[in-house]
Design a protein around this ligand. Structure first.
Ligand SMILES: [Zn+2]
Ligand SMILES: [Zn+2]
Length: 427
């Protein structure tokens, strides 16, 4: 493993770290919730506009941005970064920690934090944009940058497509769509895997209807609390008793359950939030059908007078790396990052809506991950098992260096692999 400063010495593009570090700290201090990324998008557009070279479309599907650099004949490469923060109260002791708050879609004031590292993605893509423009004489093709809103809600990529990204706006249809995510592993390293790298994620709000009444009179009531409690237990049997233990993978989580206000009233209804992760369409269909069957059957078993409602609140597709494009990037990253590249990334049960930008137009995509954990902290973790906060934790704090060097390097190297005149590695 190499020292953080080694990352500036490779045959990869060199970056003015200080410039991008201050930009990063600024984005980190000013996160915005999904769908409310107005100031973030304005700063991104301002940076892109300063070069006078990119054709910029703003406010796509909310606060989405597409920036185009047409640089002669050849491949069209789309590089994507997401921009939203999360309703998390930041508890890192970073001097640039977020103190931001915002009203969520229910009007409730929430603390906001870049707890998923999307600020790393934004700045990496801006740095890559600057570099690819600076070296435009060395490649030919069309570069499309997408700064996507609302990834965390699973709605942003689809919203951009639905708002005419590839149709009315006339953004060139990419030949390949590329993206990356910072995760809690050794900073300075890059990992890529074949096949499915992120799971499908489906979330539902389920409402059970009982009959409210006095806490002393169960005979006159239908208790939605017991109904919901039975469903929680029964849903666990989907993974343990229904899917094939040899080759199917699923996670079923009940993340929220709410019913009633006090002890002596049997409430009239109960609500439950369920999250399901799967790695293939067959398992996905099977698990979703099982959930529906169990929910309805338990309500029926309780004698509910009204069928429960199941409302999908978000849906993320499976993120599947294209075999041929992944092979090309395996060589590119191996050449560029050497021992700091892991070609055997096994994937993650988290989910991403990134691939919609490719599947919407029937094109291939590749998604890789970069480490954000201080190398010394990571080494201690490997040796002693010390806890490392992951994405969405109030303590998640990627180190700026070398993460903000490796992030743009990976984007530039990957884009150049597909451009004419780029640095191909056919050996
Ligand atoms: Zn996230
Ligand atoms: Zn994320």
């Amino acid at each position: 493993m190499s020292h953080p400063d080694d990352h500036q010495r490779r045959k990869l593009p060199q970056f003015d770290f200080d410039k991008y570090e201050s930009l990063y700290k600024d984005f980190h201090s000013n996160p915005e919730l999904s769908g409310q990324e107005a100031a973030t998008a304005a700063r991104v557009a301002q940076h892109l506009r300063s070069s006078n070279a990119y054709t910029i479309h703003e406010k796509i599907g909310g606060h989405g941005i597409a920036a185009i650099l047409a640089n002669g004949p050849g491949t069209t490469v789309l590089l994507r970064a997401d921009m939203d923060g999360l309703p998390v109260l930041e508890q890192t002791d970073l001097p640039y920690a977020s103190k931001a708050t915002q009203r969520d879609k229910n009007g409730i004031t929430q603390p906001v934090m870049h707890a998923c590292g999307h600020d790393i993605h934004i700045v990496s893509l801006l740095a890559a944009a600057d570099h690819l423009l600076a070296v435009r004489d060395s490649w030919s093709g069309t570069l499309v940058l997408v700064f996507q809103p609302a990834e965390e809600s699973g709605k942003g990529a689809q919203a951009m497509v639905d708002d005419g990204l590839y149709t009315t706006l006339g953004v060139p249809i990419p030949d390949v769509v590329l993206g990356q995510h910072v995760l809690a592993f050794r900073a300075g390293t890059v990992a890529l895997g074949h096949g499915v790298v992120f799971s499908a994620g489906d979330s539902f709000k389920i409402t059970f209807f009982g009959r409210g009444g006095h806490g002393s009179a169960p005979q006159d009531s239908i208790d939605p609390v017991v109904m919901a409690a039975s469903v929680v237990i029964r849903l666990q049997t989907i993974v343990s008793r229904e899917i094939d233990p040899r080759d199917e993978v699923a996670v079923v989580t009940v993340g929220s359950i709410k019913a009633g206000e006090t002890e002596n009233i049997i409430p009239a209804h109960a609500t439950m939030l369920v999250n399901i992760r799967t790695l293939d369409e067959k398992t996905r269909g099977r698990v979703l059908a099982s959930m529906e069957r169990i929910v309805k059957a338990e309500a029926n078993a309780s004698g509910a007078l009204k069928e429960p409602t199941i409302e999908q609140i978000s849906g993320f597709p499976i993120t599947r790396n294209d075999p041929e494009c992944t092979d090309r990037l395996m060589k590119t990253f191996k050449n560029g990052f050497a021992e700091d590249f892991d070609p055997n990334y096994r994937g993650n049960m988290a989910s991403e809506d990134f691939s919609i930008l490719a599947t919407a137009v029937g094109k291939p995509s590749v998604y890789w991950v970069i480490g954000g954990v201080d190398p010394d902290v990571w080494d201690d973790h490997v040796k002693n098992g010390t806890y490392i906060p992951g994405n969405h934790s109030p303590f998640f704090a990627p180190v700026a260096k070398p993460t903000l060097i490796v992030g743009p390097q990976a984007l530039c190297a990957a884009a150049m692999e597909f451009f004419d005149g780029g640095d191909h590695h056919d050996s």
